[in-house]
Design a protein around this ligand. Structure first.
Ligand code: DWN
Length: 421
């Protein structure tokens, strides 16, 4: 039963021009309808309060081929009190450790070099540099999480990263040898302002390393639930090249990463810097053409597959529910909230959701108002089925719930296609 969210008029926040190239030739190819912000978890006391639902639709620029949301919800609404902590996942902690080691080794980072992380969250990534006595500085607008990072000993400025802020950082802390940004560039409306800031804050031989979910994986694996209000852009290499070239920057290397359903790790230097461009960069560009990422039909076909994923999941859940089976969710993830709201799945199908993050336990999911409990509940209650909403961590979740499996519990994985484990 759909929660009665208050719909914000679709004329508000509407995108007029492509965020990278400014073109007005942007074509919508998928609507996930109206939805609350994906990390807007609801405390019990507010369950009856008005909840704003915003249009969630995605379009593609037919000039630079950046896939992006048609409506841009102000960052202030989404990020001032943010409920995403990467360090609860061993997968993410290990991923950041490998990333820091790779950067230190390949770019000869020394103890005098400054490393800045944009969207540094709780400092998980920076802690790996700090352990090697490399000076670090985090930048993150979420007051609650920046406070936690500073308590953890990771020097963090609580602010959005802008060109103006970059000037002040350069004056106060000096220029950076390394600037990182993981799962944050896709969240930014004014990419040009941020790129100007990065270009002026980087040392002449500095490296900017960004990580973001990869559009090719999203499309090929039907990862529609990673489309949400926080993610304004869905990157492929071609539009990124257009963006960086506008700011005197160049991509010198790219690595595929499995995290978050398939991501790109992009290494960027100043065009004037003495780095050769790895042949892998050209290979990605050729592959994207071969995958028809610059052809509108690819996106229309994707939209049809999304509707099939929804149909198959609902059919299965309703069937086992009718057989009297008990079903819960696992991982109160932002992507999970997109899937639940798009498929209109509430307590009529899922009794509750278990999650590892204390911030989220005891709260309710936005829009669908499903209660969230600690993970320990799953083995005590032994539901027949568990729908893994945080499917990007399915291996880690199944690995840590072997007792549930041995006692006959079964996992449901919704994307890329319905799978019962
Ligand atoms: O871009 C973003 C991606 C990288 O992460 C951010 N905008 C927000 C966030 O998206 P998300 O909310 O989908 O995050 P996760 O990390 O996919 O969500 C995982 C959820 O699952 C968390 O709430 C923690 C929970 N979890 C759990 O309960 N047990 C996770 C693991 C690994 C577990 O074992």
């Amino acid at each position: 039963m759909k929660s009665t969210g208050t719909r914000v008029p679709s004329t508000r926040y509407r995108l007029k021009n492509c965020r990278i190239c400014g073109s007005a030739r942007i074509k919508q190819f998928l609507s996930l309808h109206y939805m609350p912000i994906p990390n807007g978890f609801v405390p019990k006391k507010d369950i009856k309060k008005k909840e704003f639902h915003f249009p969630l639709k995605v379009c593609v620029c037919t000039d630079c081929w950046l896939v992006q949301l048609t409506h841009v919800i102000p960052a202030e609404i989404m990020f001032r009190n943010y409920l995403y902590i990467p360090s609860t996942s061993t997968t993410v902690v290990a991923h950041f450790r490998e990333m820091a080691d790779h950067i230190i080794k390949n770019f000869n980072v020394k103890r005098k070099d400054l490393v800045i992380d944009i969207g540094s969250n709780d400092g998980t990534l920076l802690s790996n540099f700090q352990k090697k006595n490399i000076p670090v500085l985090g930048v993150d607008p979420a007051e609650n999480i920046a406070r936690q990072a500073n308590k953890n000993g990771i020097r963090t400025l609580c602010t959005f990263f802008t060109e103006e802020k970059a000037q002040k950082i350069a004056q106060e802390y000096g220029k950076a040898k390394i600037i990182t940004a993981t799962n944050v560039i896709a969240h930014i409306q004014d990419l040009h302002d941020v790129m100007k800031g990065i270009a002026l804050l980087l040392q002449d031989n500095g490296i900017f390393v960004m990580e973001a979910p990869y559009l090719a994986d999203l499309v090929e694996r039907n990862e529609f639930d990673t489309i949400y209000h926080e993610h304004l852009s869905y990157f492929s290499v071609h539009p990124l090249e257009v963006l960086f070239h506008q700011h005197g920057l160049k991509i010198i290397d790219i690595q595929k990463q499995s995290i978050h359903g398939g991501s790109l790790r992009v290494f960027v230097a100043k065009q004037s810097a003495d780095y050769t461009v790895h042949p892998r960069v050209e290979k990605f560009l050729i592959e994207e053409k071969a995958k028809n990422l610059q052809n509108i039909k690819t996106y229309d076909d994707f939209a049809l597959r999304v509707k099939k994923v929804k149909r198959d999941l609902l059919q299965f859940l309703r069937k086992i529910r009718k057989e009297g089976k008990t079903i819960i969710g696992y991982g109160a993830a932002a992507k999970g909230n997109v899937l639940l709201n798009y498929c209109d799945i509430s307590t009529d199908l899922l009794d509750y959701i278990v999650d590892s993050i204390p911030y989220k336990q005891g709260k309710y999911t936005p829009g669908t108002h499903i209660p969230i409990y600690p993970e320990s509940k799953i083995v005590k209650a032994m539901p027949d089925y568990t729908l893994i909403l945080a499917w990007n961590f399915a291996d880690e979740i199944i690995r840590k719930n072997q007792e549930y499996v041995q006692k006959g519990g079964r996992f449901i994985i919704p994307v890329p296609y319905l799978k019962i484990v």
